[in-house]
Write a protein of this length. Structure first.
Length: 168
């Protein structure tokens, strides 16, 4: 994973910069530890990844950020809900995959550079799963017996993106 998310990303970003091409990097809301009450992280908030995957995505961001004609799009999405249960006390700004793809394509074609958060409203994982049409049972963080830290609220503030779209 680190070879793709870090080394591969760095190589692609550098090559794009050499030929004068725009580079768009898809990152994740999990670059944040989710510990802030109410979530709604902005592009200016300091990431603090909790695990290996988000750490590699954040490292990739660092290699992209040095190139001026690049865009780092942080988002989270699902096509379907793959689990029988979903958290009522864990929050996200996930989008259905088709909406995420549309926002990402629009952002890629924009003149925005740096970091932008794409996403929907802050909602529980349970509410998101239900909105996808999943027949899921509710669960809480207390129902999970895990030593791995789980971020509670990685919802993203997409204000920069909304402001850009409003001005178009």
């Amino acid at each position: 994973m680190s070879r793709v998310n870090v080394l591969g990303t760095g190589s692609l970003a550098e090559t794009a910069a050499k030929v004068g091409a725009r580079f768009v990097y898809v990152s994740t809301d999990f670059v944040f530890d989710g510990s802030r009450s109410g979530g709604m992280y902005t592009e200016d908030d300091l990431p603090c990844p909790l695990g290996y995957y988000p750490l590699t995505k954040f490292a990739g961001e660092g290699l992209v950020r040095v190139h001026p004609n690049s865009l780092i799009a942080r988002l989270s999405f699902n096509e379907t809900w793959p689990y029988p249960k979903a958290f009522t006390d864990r929050f996200t700004s996930k989008l259905p995959a088709a909406q995420a793809a549309a926002q990402l394509a629009e952002a890629a074609l924009s003149e925005l550079c740096g970091v932008v958060h794409l996403g929907g409203p802050r909602q529980s994982y349970y509410d998101f799963a239900r909105a996808l049409g999943a027949d899921v049972e509710a669960m809480t963080m207390a129902d999970v017996d895990s030593t791995d830290p789980l971020p509670v609220d990685t919802s993203l503030n997409s204000g920069r993106w909304r402001d850009y779209r409003r001005k178009k």
